[in-house]
Design a protein around this ligand. Structure first.
Ligand code: H2U
Ligand code: ZN
Length: 348
């Protein structure tokens, strides 16, 4: 079945992906080009994220030594009390509702040149703890329903600055992707009495075809229903609604899995591998509401397909009909697993 066109179901979004493995018979025969990655300085005097430098709004960054958090100077959402244009409902086909929120930026470290896989484990733990602290702070605001932690990495993903950083956007609406995952996980839990993602991880461990990294508390795999060629999902081993539910051992375990996944990513084409990565936490509101259906997880969506310069475009059929992929998730996992766990820059 898996050598001919078929579709796979994503139970988290209740959407299908078309898989066309026969089109990928020759996927890695083409030349693998290495893009020349300019080596970055430890400190860049023109970078608005480096310590001691001035940002766009005129604020000067502190001489920070670990992570650094600030409110986004060009935030997509604002915490305004009184919306200047309240709900517009003159016609049911033209609905606009004002939206409140808070956006923050999190720098991983003072170093302009060190991405996640190049950081020490304790530094990755520190980044996760910063995401946790900031998520909890934003979730505690009465008008916030959801906190999205994400990293846009690389120019290919529209990242505006190579200084390793991530963002938190929090808002008063449960966003589209979260609403889908809440509905599917709730329905599964009501039907089976178990969280969907725990059943899924158990099945992946039985099959051992798509797992990339695993320890006591987290598993990373190319999901059965992956859309992006080298998509990865990192899933916890127990129900957890939010990053703030993790204990110190789980934070270390998560850092370990993140380091393994991002190292393999960089080693694939020996470049700093671009992606959009983000955590899916349960809605933050109503505060304290139990979420036995929710298993904390992260999605990595990398755009590259065949080389450092050949990317997968979500165009044509994908835009107009449904997502499609050529290489199977199993082939992608096999390829990532064949790579060393030592970062290419650290190999002599
Ligand atoms: P991305 O490169 O992932 O888009 O993130 C950079 C963010 O940093 C972006 O959202 C913000 C932009 O609004 N920013 C500031 O807050 N201050 C600045 O001085 C420049 C950029
Ligand atoms: Zn910098």
């Amino acid at each position: 079945m898996f050598n001919s066109p078929h579709r796979r179901f994503n139970p988290l979004t209740a959407e299908w992906v078309l898989v066309s493995p026969h089109r990928a018979k020759r996927p890695w025969q083409g030349q693998v080009e290495k893009s020349l990655t300019a080596s970055l300085p430890h400190y860049d005097p023109t970078c608005y994220l480096c310590p001691r430098n001035e940002r766009a709004g005129g604020v000067v960054n502190p001489d920070y030594r670990e992570t650094f958090v600030f409110d986004n100077d060009f935030a997509a959402l604002l915490p305004q009390e009184e919306p200047s244009n309240p709900t517009e409902s003159g016609h049911p086909l033209m609905i606009a509702v004002s939206e409140r929120g808070i956006c923050r930026v999190v720098c991983f470290s003072p170093r302009h040149d060190l991405t996640l896989p190049e950081l020490e484990l304790y530094q990755i733990e520190n980044v996760i703890s910063t995401w946790t602290r900031e998520s909890a702070d934003l979730a505690s605001k009465n008008f916030i329903q959801y906190v999205q932690v994400f990293e846009n990495k690389g120019a290919a993903m529209g990242c505006s600055n190579p200084h390793p950083h991530s963002q938190l956007w929090s808002q008063s609406l449960i966003p589209t992707e979260i609403a889908k995952e809440l509905a599917t996980q709730t329905a599964y839990f009501n039907e089976h009495g178990r969280p969907m993602l725990l059943d899924y991880v158990r099945e992946e461990h039985k099959r051992k075809e798509r797992i990339l990294a695993s320890n006591d508390h987290f598993t990373a795999m190319v999901p059965f229903w992956a859309v992006w060629p080298f998509e990865v999902m990192v899933v916890g081993h127990r129900p957890a609604a939010a990053l703030s539910d993790l204990n110190p051992a789980e934070v270390s375990a998560l850092a370990d899995v993140f380091k393994q996944v991002t190292t393999r990513y960089d080693n694939l084409f020996e470049i700093s591998f671009p992606y959009s990565m983000g955590f899916h936490q349960a809605p933050a509101s109503p505060a304290g509401a139990p979420h036995p259906e929710w298993v904390l997880h992260a999605h990595f969506y990398p755009p590259l397909l065949r080389s450092a310069t050949v990317r997968k475009f979500m165009v044509g059929y994908e835009m107009l009909a449904m997502p499609q992929r050529d290489i199977t998730p199993e082939t992608a996992a096999e390829r990532l697993l064949s790579l060393p766990l030592v970062h290419y820059k650290q190999r002599s």
